[in-house]
Design a protein around this ligand. Structure first.
Ligand SMILES: Cc1ncc(COP(=O)(O)O)c(C=O)c1O
Length: 309
């Protein structure tokens, strides 16, 4: 994972080592920021950004939910993004991190006041997790933050303390990733990805009311499952015990793309326990589809890709 040499901050393109935030900033002390994570895929001599407008709109809505006065348009965002991609001479896959943050150095933890700052940096990024052999998930003891505590539809930086607690607990216990439950015991999502299950050919996803992020990959997977595979999709709440019973479980997100799960706690996932340990047919087909879609090779889904060069 290498950071590209140039970043954008407070209206200027600077060397990444000069992209500083003052230590007094509210974003550091109180987690008052909203970020996005966008992937670009290098293919056939061009860079294809995957659904950048959807990521921007989700970020803009997140900022609005926090009540910060941010006025950047998509056209302005795209101009800055393209400018930085060109400056960094990117000719490979890339992961892009825009951040809107309270740069104010006042001591009081409020969101009022000056317009938030905007920053952008880029890294080269292969696999986010070691995904080939399937993931081992641990159901976390940390309960997912409720929407009426911090809006979970905003990728609010402060919210990620909740994710980090769950992920670290799982990793320390020898697992790859955490599943977070809500107070009612229903599944919310993983620490930084959405979760799906498959049972008897039906695709299950926790609904958007389950304190999860409205993932762009989640949206894409649901559309592909319905339109390309003809699957029935049920967005319903389900619990830990249902998770153990699924024929297939998988995670989706910009960083991890789509990753199959081989084990949840000490239970192997599969139609029979002996089948736990193999990638299931549904996730396999969805992976093939999304892998094509992100490089603009899936007919009918070109609208998801924006060319840079
Ligand atoms: C908490 C959380 N859930 C789900 C996702 C997946 O969302 P997306 O597919 O838009 O990357 C992310 C990543 O952004 C996340 O941080």
């Amino acid at each position: 994972m290498n950071t590209f040499p140039y970043a954008y901050i407070r209206g200027q393109t600077v060397k990444i080592k000069d992209a500083h935030i003052p230590i007094q900033s509210k974003v550091i002390h109180y987690g008052l920021g909203v970020y996005a994570g966008i992937r670009g895929h290098w293919h056939n001599g061009n860079l294809y950004l995957f659904r950048p407008k959807d990521h921007f709109e989700r970020m803009k809505n997140g900022v609005k939910m926090l009540g910060m006065p941010w006025t950047m348009s998509y056209a302005d965002f795209r101009k800055i993004l393209t400018g930085l991609i060109r400056k960094n001479k990117i000719r490979s896959d890339v992961y892009i991190r825009p951040l809107v943050y309270a740069g104010s150095t006042q001591i009081v933890p409020t969101l009022e006041g000056s317009e938030p700052d905007f920053a952008l940096y880029m890294i080269s990024f292969g696999h986010y997790m070691n995904t080939g052999g399937g993931l081992k998930l641990k159901v976390s003891k940390w309960v997912r933050v409720d929407d009426d505590m911090i809006p979970t539809k905003a990728k609010c930086t402060g919210l990620y303390a909740n994710s980090a607690l769950a992920k670290s607990e799982a990793v320390r216990a020898g697992f790859d990733e955490a599943v977070m439950l809500n107070r009612d015991g229903s599944v919310a999502e993983a620490s930084s990805s959405n979760l799906f299950g498959v049972k008897n050919g039906v695709l299950y996803a926790p609904p958007l009311s389950a304190n999860n992020l409205d993932g762009i990959t989640r949206r894409s997977i649901i559309e592909l499952a319905k339109k390309e595979l003809g699957l029935k999709v049920k967005e319903v709440r389900f619990k830990k015990a249902d998770l153990y019973k699924f024929d297939e479980v998988f995670l989706t997100g910009t960083a991890c793309k789509i990753v199959w799960v081989k084990q949840v706690d000490n239970k192997k996932i599969g139609p029979e326990s002996s089948l736990g340990g193999k990638m299931g047919p549904v996730v396999k087909q969805l992976k093939a589809l999304i892998d094509k879609a992100v490089i603009n090779e899936l007919p009918g889904y070109e609208k998801w890709c924006e060319k840079v060069y």
